[in-house]
Design a protein around this ligand. Sequence first.
Ligand code: NAP
Length: 178
Amino acid sequence: MVLSAIVFVPLLLPLLYFILRPRPVNIPIKDRHVFITGGSSGIGLALAKQAASEGARVTLLARSLDKLEEARKSIRQAYGVDVSIFAADVRDFEAVNRAVIEAGPIDVLIVNHGIFLPQELDKQELDKVRLMIEVNLMGSFNVIKAVLPQMNNRKDKELPLSIALMSSQAGQVLCFNS
Ligand SMILES: NC(=O)c1ccc[n+]([C@@H]2O[C@H](COP(=O)([O-])OP(=O)(O)OC[C@H]3O[C@@H](n4cnc5c(N)ncnc54)[C@H](OP(=O)(O)O)[C@@H]3O)[C@@H](O)[C@H]2O)c1
């Protein structure tokens, strides 16, 4: 019994890994609605440009209307495509929900917004920790909660609907300096 466990467990593990391993999923975006939070700069803006260049209908949500206008202008200049913009704080569920309803049915949601206020925890003010949690964590729940009902109620589901969350390796690494 022990011997068969010793033989089979090492064989079973690679088999389980092979069956359950994460595989890339191809989500079509051409002529589909891609909604990107934090789409007015950085990675979100780069994703917005990529999506626009591939024929997606793109919507951006962030707080600063000026930055959103600037992002819209740069995409129009580069690709001749107009994107929709919504100024809202992801911490405000009602504002996010209004934007999501006004933007219309979303095929691909990219939850990309985020702030990082780097400091060692013993020196970090708790207000700043709270702010990061409110924006990065609760903001993500707010956005997904606003989008889920319309995704679940969609009748036309021939193509996959998708929600992607931007993360960081910082979430996988715990660092202690003494
Ligand atoms: N850059 C990196 O090296 C790196 C590494 C790992 C992970 N990430 C993650 O990747 C994502 C994008 O990073 P990035 O470097 O491209 O960031 P970024 O250039 O600073 O852009 C952040 C975006 O989020 C928006 N945003 C911030 N707070 C918001 C709020 N309360 N409500 C709505 N929108 C808000 C910003 O616009 P407003 O300020 O106008 O709201 C902006 O559009 C983040 O989630 C970040 O944690 C980045």
